[in-house]
Ligand binder design. Structure first.
Ligand SMILES: [Zn+2]
Length: 316
């Protein structure tokens, strides 16, 4: 019989089976588990840092892509609508236009920055942006007109006339402030708010409807008389501008005989850049910008119609 040598006073050494398992946990499972947890945490952090931003930007791109697809679809449907409108303009209306004259002797791309039309019915958006530069007089203008403007000032100087720029680029906020100040002045004088608003609107364009926001408009006065009123028109600066500004691409934007069309009172000091071709043409034919643009639009539609009918004749 095994263990027969052992008895109560000499017991057999006990074999403790429970001691083996903790050792296995202690030396194998716990370290392995710890390593695994650390690796998992590190992996998580690495993934978060690298891939979560990646998937975020992917989502942003997807969104951009979707919105540009939508814009494209909107544009092409707009295009279809325009084509349909063009096709639907009855010929008798166009016939009335056949005497659309004078004919503009150069190509007018109405989306060109020089022809931007800003008035009460065509306001600029609040986020309209333009790159402006400082002129020698310390005024800010669209950088594309700086050279012509400075040449004009120089040419006037050679004729002993000083052109003083008193106002040029105005952003949305400044335009807003000007309107507010004017309305306040009128209400102090006893006008009701409504009266003050309409009185202001006669000389200051509504916020968003001001050309000064484009960087293409300038108020130019004579240093000897700087008030913006009717008498300004008789100064040397005003007389010189009326005669010569078109040669440098500038037009008198609010002429006396066009108030109905421009919606703004006569301003002998407010000049607007439209480029030399358009300025000379408008001066020669006594057109304001609203008239010039309408003329260009009509002539464009006419020539498209003509082209279409020529094509039809050719196909027949
Ligand atoms: Zn002005």
């Amino acid at each position: 019989m095994p263990n027969s040598d052992f008895n109560e006073s000499n017991p057999a050494p006990s074999v403790d089976n429970t001691q083996k398992k903790p050792r296995f946990y202690q030396y194998v499972l716990i370290p392995l588990g710890t390593v695994f947890l650390i690796a998992a945490a590190a992996g998580g952090i690495y993934y978060y840092n690298n891939y979560s931003s990646l998937s975020l930007s992917c989502a942003a791109w997807q969104e951009k892509y979707n919105s540009s697809e939508e814009q494209l679809a909107a544009l092409s449907s707009e295009n279809e609508t325009l084509k349909a409108t063009l096709a639907s303009i009855p010929d008798f209306v166009i016939d009335e236009w056949t005497d659309v004259s004078p004919e503009i002797p150069f190509t007018v791309d109405l989306s060109d920055w020089k022809y931007i039309l800003v008035n009460e019915t065509n306001p600029l958006s609040e986020d309209f942006e333009v790159e402006v530069v400082k002129t020698k007089n310390g005024q800010y203008v669209d950088k594309r007109i700086k050279e012509d403007l400075e040449n004009m000032i120089e040419a006037a100087k050679e004729d002993d006339v000083t052109l003083l720029l008193c106002s040029s680029y105005r952003n949305y906020a400044k335009q807003d402030r000007l309107m507010d100040e004017s309305i306040r002045d009128y209400t102090r004088k006893g006008y009701t708010y409504q009266e003050a608003f309409f009185e202001t609107k006669r000389t200051i364009a509504l916020t968003g409807a001001s050309e000064h926001h484009t960087g293409l408009a300038l108020d130019i006065v004579d240093p000897s008389y700087q008030s913006l009123d009717d008498a300004q028109a008789k100064t040397d600066a005003s007389l010189w501008l009326a005669e010569n500004a078109a040669d440098y691409g500038f037009i008198l934007r609010y002429p006396k005989d066009k108030v109905d069309l421009t919606g703004i009172d006569y301003e002998s000091w407010h000049y607007r850049y439209v480029g030399k071709d358009a300025a000379l043409f408008m001066k020669e034919h006594n057109l304001c910008l609203e008239e010039f643009i309408e003329l260009a639009q009509k002539q464009d539609i006419l020539s498209q119609k003509q082209e279409a009918s020529q094509k039809q004749n050719y196909e027949e």
